[in-house]
Ligand binder design. Structure first.
Ligand code: NQM
Length: 367
């Protein structure tokens, strides 16, 4: 990476991954130095500015995301994926969380840009390629199953993701070794239930650190719209107080400027799901729910006595867990076993997303 990026531009692909949208870049096109990299990303996205008017960001945390994809440093996988959350209205870029939604865009990007050669990459007789991806932010790996046709990625299909209009080709994401990836253990305090500010919570990390609590304990129903919840300043203060106390005991240290842990309020299902969710990420309320956030909350629902299990409709341990969220439902296949001391062990988890290439070109960052 050399030259003047403001004049020469930077090669970027704009992609939707699941219910998120962001820029995907080849690691070779990004400065190796983290400070220079973050400065470039802020200028590309137009942060800090609540409208990101002078950049490519979408003025919401779910559309202010960057994925950096490399074939170096893969540690035995096919690809290395570094996720960066670019704050909208602050000059902050955080590498402290994964993003399972943008993860869905990683393998398609690598085939599009020929970081992986689609003509020689192994595939099943019906065109399914299994791509191993190292999750650089937290460790752990994911396998993305993507359909190829000749040397092209197939985006069309009939998989529907709640919160995304239309349908697309399913991209299956299977996660391995993500339990405790940020906090060191699935249950960082060793407890299924802890109490913070008088509220019973489960502090859990099955790929995403999340504080799970009952909506009624927070004084809400749990089926309100994101706007209603975001404009409830009392609720937001109570949530932030819990989050700041949860960070250190989850092993995350001071989380005042971090985008983790997330906060999920759970309530009984209103439809055919196992439970209803409203998630703060951590200051805006998600229109749906994050991927690894959902995996972590679904895992909490499998722990007897937890706030999530208290409100959940009981599901067969072999079934997927359907989480209701503001724009529909999210289905996660979760396997939890219990060791001889009764401690929960998270096995594999799998989910379906779709992704789409929206634009490929040269972006000109603010000088
Ligand atoms: O939990 C939002 C999203 C995410 C993260 C967030 C995600 C995940 O919806 O894996 O996907 O929690 O900040 O993209």
């Amino acid at each position: 990476m050399s030259g003047n990026s403001a004049v020469d531009g930077v090669a970027v692909m704009l992609m939707r991954g699941g219910t998120s949208k962001g820029l995907v870049l080849d690691g070779a096109d990004v400065p190796a130095d983290p400070d220079e990299r973050d400065d470039l990303l802020l200028r590309l996205m137009g942060s800090p500015d609540e409208r990101q008017i002078d950049g490519l960001g979408g003025a919401h945390p779910l559309t202010s995301k960057v994925a950096i994809v490399s074939v170096d440093g893969t540690d035995g996988a096919d690809l290395d994926y570094l996720f960066l959350q670019v704050s909208v209205d602050e000059a902050l870029v955080s590498d402290r969380q994964n993003c399972g939604n943008m993860l869905a865009a990683v393998a398609p990007f690598a085939f599009e840009r020929r970081l992986l050669d689609p003509s020689t990459f192994p595939r099943s007789h019906d065109g399914l390629a299994r791509v191993g991806i190292r999750l650089r932010n937290t460790g752990g790996t994911a396998t993305a199953t993507v359909r190829l046709d000749g040397d092209r990625v197939v985006y069309d299909g009939d998989a529907v993701v709640a919160g995304v209009p239309g349908a697309g080709a399913p991209i299956r994401l299977d996660f391995d070794d993500v339990a405790g990836s940020s906090c060191g253990a699935l249950l960082p305090t060793g407890n299924v239930v802890d109490t913070i500010d008088g509220i019973e919570v489960t502090l859990i990390d099955n790929g995403m650190p999340v504080v799970v609590m009952r909506a009624d304990a927070m004084g809400v129903v749990g089926t309100e719209s994101p706007v209603e919840l975001e404009t409830d300043t009392g609720l937001r203060h109570r949530l932030e107080s819990i989050r700041l106390a949860a960070g250190p005991i989850m092993g995350l240290g001071d989380v005042a400027e971090a985008t983790v842990p997330k906060l999920t309020m759970v309530s009984p299902p209103t439809g055919s799901g196992a439970l209803s969710t409203r998630t703060f990420i951590p200051h805006r309320c998600h229109q749906a729910i994050g991927v690894l956030g959902a995996v972590s909350v679904a895992t909490a629902a499998r722990l007897p006595g937890s706030p999530a299990a208290q409100v959940a409709r009981s599901t067969d341990p072999g079934d997927t867990v359907l989480l209701e969220h503001p724009t529909g439902g999210f289905e996660a296949a979760i396997t939890v076993s219990f060791d001889e001391d009764g401690r929960p062990v998270a096995e594999r988890s799998g989910i379906i997303r779709t992704a789409r290439k929206l634009m490929d070109g040269v972006a000109f960052p603010r000088p």
